[in-house]
Write a protein that binds this ligand. Structure first.
Ligand code: MN
Length: 391
């Protein structure tokens, strides 16, 4: 294919746009700049930061503009409706950076066409083409996001995408806007587009943008990659409208550990700031990360049961898919409760500065067990108390 990079996945990070659209999230300008700085370091120069929707409000405009002035490494994208004013405003916000992209939102499904724009298929194609032509005046990189693309007639998608490419669009994203697709259905859409759009090889990227309404955002994104997509939209902590988007930390670790089942993704991400970025996004978004959230949840690298603690002490690979240090995790490896075991407790004592050979471990373990039966979690302070008060 032309400019299409076969084995390099491109990320379109949307914490600052789709994430910011989550109910009760409102990132302030300084917060957006802080998050953008960390994202920029984690991502590669081929990836883009979806910085916001400049025409939405004055503050949104200002924040997209400021991000584009501060971040030079990555592409900065602003999204826009198919309106001349929106496109002009998006350019005004992004004119300070050469690495600018516009993401035109094109509502394609029958419901979206009728309810949002009241246009038929032909009228939508005309509107989309006119918008692309206008956007091309300002942007080398015009992207289109086909909103509710997964509930759109396939033959219409082929015709629309062909026309968009003829008019200079470099990137097309098929959005599963309401999280309606099953992984095999989503993969099939990409396979069919690859096979049925005659000029598809002129694209630089074909992208997925998934929502997690049925918990399928990550598997859907992976199926898209397995069937010809090379770009994935994602947001930290899985933020985004409703149940959110594909989580950036999850797609990153998929790429590191499993993509193509070999080291085929050439991208060099800075994985070591994943934990930090998640925590910063958690704080500014005010949306707490659930404890068992993959990759960044508080429980992900903690082992409570005795059998697991013993295994981890012998070799971390017994019960851990990857070394938590990869994602910058520096926390505890053991939690204590009624399932915990003697070896884990002994390890903890040493960590707390006790000489376990001078402690009656049988007695301590007995005391610990009866204490742990009635507590949700046994803390370091509890363990110190138990040792110091052994009969
Ligand atoms: Mn979305």
């Amino acid at each position: 294919m032309g400019e299409y990079i076969e084995d390099k996945v491109i990320l379109e990070e949307t914490t600052l746009r789709d994430g910011d659209q989550s109910p009760s999230v409102n990132f302030l300008l300084e917060e957006k700049l802080h998050i953008a700085t960390i994202l920029s370091d984690i991502l590669t120069e081929d990836d883009s930061i979806d910085a916001g929707f400049p025409a939405a409000s004055y503050l949104e405009f200002e924040s997209v503009k400021e991000i584009s002035k501060v971040i030079a490494k990555n592409y900065i994208m602003g999204i826009s409706r198919m309106k001349v004013e929106d496109i002009d405003t998006t350019y005004e916000a992004l004119k300070y950076t050469p690495k600018r992209r516009i993401g035109l939102i094109i509502p394609t499904s029958p419901t979206h066409r009728k309810m949002k724009l009241n246009v038929d298929q032909g009228q939508l194609i005309d509107l989309a083409v006119a918008s692309v032509i206008h956007a091309k005046k300002y942007f080398d990189e015009v992207e289109v996001g086909l909103e509710d693309g997964t509930r759109t007639e396939m033959d219409f998608l082929y015709r629309l995408i062909e026309k968009l490419i003829i008019n200079g669009v470099k990137s097309v994203t098929i959005a599963d806007t309401i999280g309606a697709s099953m992984p095999w259905e989503y993969g099939d859409i990409f396979k069919k587009i690859k096979n049925n759009v005659p000029n598809i090889d002129k694209l630089k990227s074909l992208g997925a943008h998934c929502h997690n309404d049925l918990g399928l955002a990550l598997p859907n994104s992976i199926e898209a990659l397995r069937n010809g997509a090379n770009k994935v939209g994602c947001a930290f902590n899985g933020l985004g409208e409703r149940a959110g988007n594909t989580a950036t930390e999850e797609i990153l670790m998929y790429l590191k550990l499993k993509h193509n089942y070999k080291d085929n993704n050439k991208a060099e991400y800075n994985y070591s700031r994943i934990t930090e970025c998640s925590q910063v996004v958690e704080k500014y978004s005010t949306i707490q990360v659930q404890k068992n959230k993959p990759i960044v949840g508080e429980n992900c690298y903690l082992h409570e049961s005795g059998i697991h603690q013993d295994g981890i002490l012998k070799n971390k690979e017994t019960y851990q898919l990857f070394d938590p240090a990869i994602v910058g995790y520096k926390g505890e490896i053991f939690a204590f409760g009624k399932h915990s075991g003697r070896n884990g407790l002994k390890y903890k004592l040493e960590q707390l500065g006790f000489d376990s050979s001078r402690v009656d471990m049988n007695l301590l373990f007995q005391e610990f067990k009866s204490f742990a039966e009635v507590k949700k979690r046994v803390t370091d302070e509890d363990i110190v108390y138990l040792v110091e008060n052994l009969a």
